[in-house]
Each structure stands twice: as C-alpha cells, then as structure tokens.
Write a protein that binds this ligand. Structure first.
Ligand code: GDP
Length: 444
C-alpha cells in the first residue's frame, strides 16, 4: 500500500532538499509533481485540489525556521496536509454509552465485513476488556452465519445461537435481548452484504438501525477498490448516516487514494484499518503514522517539529551573523552544543545547525551520543574567557588543567579543539567564497 505514491513523493523531495534555497518556481514545480503523484494514486480530484491549495498557502506563508532547510520545511507542510486529509487525529470506536452497546457493521459483500466483525470482537475483548456478543443478521447466506460463529470461537467471544427462519430484524432484537439479560458490554451486528448497493439492502439496514439504535454504524470498505470505495461510502453515508469507516486490505498493494479521499468526501472518520487475514490484523487508523509511512520522512518531520520547539531563533541568528563575519569562538561553539543537547536525539539534527555539517560525519563515525556534547560543553566551561576567545592560548599545561577541571582527558580536549579548528577553517574558506549565502548553500 502507498508504495508508488511514497516513491514518487520521495523523488520530489530528494530534488527539493538538494537546494539550499527554494524559488517560487521550485515550489510550483514540486506542487505540480505532488499533484500528479496524488492523482496517480487514485485520490479524488477535489481532494487533490484542496490538498495542493493548502500546501501552497502554507508554503508561501511559512516562516522558514533558520535552522532547517526550505526543502525540509516543505516536507513538513506536505506531511501536515496528509495528516489532515487522512482525518487529523485517531477517532476511536465509541464505547462511551450504556451497555449493551450495539455496533452495526454494514458494507458490500466481499469487503471483509464478517472478518472485521470477528477482528473487532477480539480487539474489544482483549484491549478493552469488553464482554462481546457477535450476531450475524445475514439470512441470505446461511454460510455467513456459520462463518461468524467460527470467528467468534476463534476470538473467544460469544455468538448468538442461530435460529433458522428468523428475519434480520428479529435476530437483531433477539441479540439485544440476550445482551441485556446476560450483561454483555458490546453487541456486534453483522448485516448482510450485497454485490452492489441496492434499495432493498438499504431499507433492511435502516429498519435494523431504527430498532436497535446503534452507537456505531461502521461501514467496511475494501481499500483495493479505490475510487469505488469512496462511491460506496458516499452512498451508504447518504442512506444511513455512518459513524465511521473500517478500511480493509490496507496490507495490499492498493494505491492509497481511497484512504486519502474518504474523509474529505464522506466526512466520516476512518476508525480502523484491516491489515491482513489474521484475526488480530486490525489496527486503529492513525493518520499521523500513515502520513509518516507515505512520506517515509518521519525523521525530517520530527526534526522540524523539534527545531520549532527548541531552537532559540534569536540565538541561531546571532550565531549565523558571527559566522558570516568570521567571528566564531568557543563560546559560540558551546552555545551550539547546548542547543543540540536540548534537542535530545542526534540523528539528523546536526546537519541543520549552521556549521556543524562538516563534523557530523566524524561524530557519526565515532558513533557518539549526546553525552559527548555534554562532555564537550563541560570542557569549554572549564576554560577561561580568554582561552575561549583564543584557543591558541591552550598549550599543554593549560590543557591539563582544563581536562582535570572538566573531568575529561587531554585527548578529549585535543579532539574538541580539532573539531573547532576544522569548523573555523571551513567557515573562513566559505566566507571568502562569497559570504553567508554561499556558506549556507554548501552546508545543505
Ligand atoms: P464479507 O463478505 O464482507 O463478509 O467478507 P469476508 O469477511 O468474508 O472477507 C472476504 C475475504 O477478505 C476473506 O478471505 C478475508 O480473509 C479477506 N480479508 C478481510 N479483511 C482483510 C484484510 O484487511 N486484509 C486481507 N489481506 N484480507 C482481508
């Protein structure tokens, strides 16, 4: 699922991220490609249009954080738009009603409705500790009732005894009576599916809904059917007013358009996702996680979020100015280290701080974590003001003093000085090559 879309968006962003600064033409071109990728993934046209308009508006208005590249910023904006299209937040199955809670399962034949009823029963029993009763209202296919009975056994929940000759409505009412009498928390009613939407099916479900007043009317749709899934959902929603959608076969190779269009077109939240044939292959539908899977750039998204939260903008600007002027001393280096430590995780963060790009590799090679930054910060704070301004003062005896004062070794002091030296040299070279702009570009 989502593989092609994911691949295409990946290409767009790879290109964007190679640029230090983005012109309007770059963004327009990227948006054009994102638009094509979404259409190709079978996302409904109005949804694509809205999506692109949102991204464009945000990208134009965005204040690009100094510490992240414009390309990274666009990734974050697209990510947020994807999360929004997928419905924003997780919407759980509503269990906040007096018991027994009736849940009506509706959908076309073959959508995975019966399997999902069994999966949901298992999930509610194991995760929510609910006492669940499963009942099949499918009188069209006797096999369907047996199928649900077997699923109930596997899920270790009760199923309503089958009585031949009852109408779906009678079965529904009997299920609710049994549930009240035997104190069940939840009753899952699996209705009959049809090959296509027809008026008789809708009327039948409507009468059941009227009789049992379900807390949830969950529509089960097959993600593999693409735009048809959206059409089905629209029809069911208009006729019945569904409260949520379960999308099955998200483990398949569907292009993803249905998942991305569903919320916008129907207004109903996707609550659950079927991800396989096994009984435990039912997950909550988590827009953030799915957007993350589509973009495959969770690290960048997290990076921009952390940068926005933690990086002190004024401090970063002050540093950049000092760098541009070729004035960068160990105090500035320490201030960078402090910002890095504040952010916690190291992966990917280094590259976004001006000037740290070059040492990033050395640090990665050494496979060090934030404790190294804390040690380095301790080394710098053991130096005198004069030494921090002018590290050349640090000869052997002073190094010994600093190492002892910071609880480190002369070797570590030397390593820090070497890194600082590398950085200063690189900055001077870049300043000569054309000032801050050029430097920033080279560091991306
Ligand atoms: P119903 O006619 O809507 O009740 O459909 P069924 O529940 O009988 O499911 C039809 C087929 O789809 C069965 O073989 C299920 O195992 C399969 N199925 C249901 N949900 C999923 C899913 O999320 N992923 C996969 N791969 N198969 C599923």
């Amino acid at each position: 699922m989502f593989d092609t879309l994911s691949g295409k968006l990946g290409e767009v962003f790879d290109r964007l991220r190679r640029r230090g600064s983005l012109s309007e033409a770059d963004v327009t071109e990227a948006l054009r490609e994102i638009r094509l990728a979404l259409l190709d993934a079978d996302v409904a046209l109005p949804v694509v249009k809205d999506f692109i308009a949102t991204v464009k508006e945000k990208a134009v208005g965005a204040e690009v954080l100094r510490s992240v590249s414009p390309g990274q910023m666009v990734v974050k904006i697209v990510n947020d738009a994807l999360v929004e299209a997928l419905g924003g937040a997780v919407v759980p199955v509503n269990l906040l009603a007096p018991s027994p809670i009736p849940i009506l399962m509706v959908g076309l034949q073959g959508s995975g409705k019966t399997t999902t009823s069994g999966k949901l029963a298992l999930r509610l029993r194991t995760r929510e500790r609910k006492k669940v009763l499963l009942a099949s209202l499918d009188t069209q296919r006797p096999a369907a009732q047996l199928q649900l009975e077997q699923l109930a056994q596997r899920a270790e929940v009760a199923s309503l005894p089958i009585i031949a000759g009852q109408t779906p409505l009678q079965i529904a009412q009997r299920a609710m009576d049994v549930a009240r009498r035997e104190v069940f928390d939840v009753v899952i009613l699996d209705t009959a599916g049809r090959l296509s939407i027809d008026a008789a099916l809708m009327e039948e479900v409507k009468s059941i809904r009227f009789a049992v007043n379900p807390v949830e009317t969950l529509l089960v749709v097959d993600a593999m059917t693409g735009q048809d899934a959206v059409t089905t959902a629209t029809a069911f929603n208009q006729a019945l007013g569904i409260t949520g959608i379960v999308m099955t076969r998200l483990d398949g190779d569907a292009r993803g358009g249905a998942a991305l269009s569903m919320r916008a077109v129907t207004g109903a939240p996707i609550k659950l996702a079927g991800t396989g044939e096994k009984l435990d292959a039912l997950d909550e539908f988590n827009p953030e996680r799915i957007a993350g899977r589509i973009l495959g750039m969770g690290d960048i998204v997290g990076l921009v979020e952390r940068a926005a939260q933690n990086i002190d903008q004024a401090e970063a600007e002050k540093l950049a100015k000092r760098m541009a002027k070729g004035k960068f001393d160990l105090d500035d280096y320490a201030s960078q280290l402090k910002q890095i430590s504040k952010m916690g995780s190291l992966s990917g963060i280094l590259g976004m701080l001006p000037g740290v790009g070059k040492i990033k590799k050395q640090i990665e090679d050494a496979n060090l974590d934030t404790t190294m930054f804390k040690r380095q910060a301790a080394i710098i704070s053991s130096m005198t003001k004069a030494e921090r301004r002018n590290p050349d003062l640090l000869k052997a005896s002073r190094k010994k003093r600093v190492a002892a004062g910071s609880g480190t070794s002369v070797q570590e002091v030397n390593k820090l000085l070497k890194q600082f030296d590398d950085m200063s040299t690189m900055m001077k070279r870049m300043n000569k090559a054309g000032g801050q702009e050029a430097m920033m570009r080279q560091m991306q």
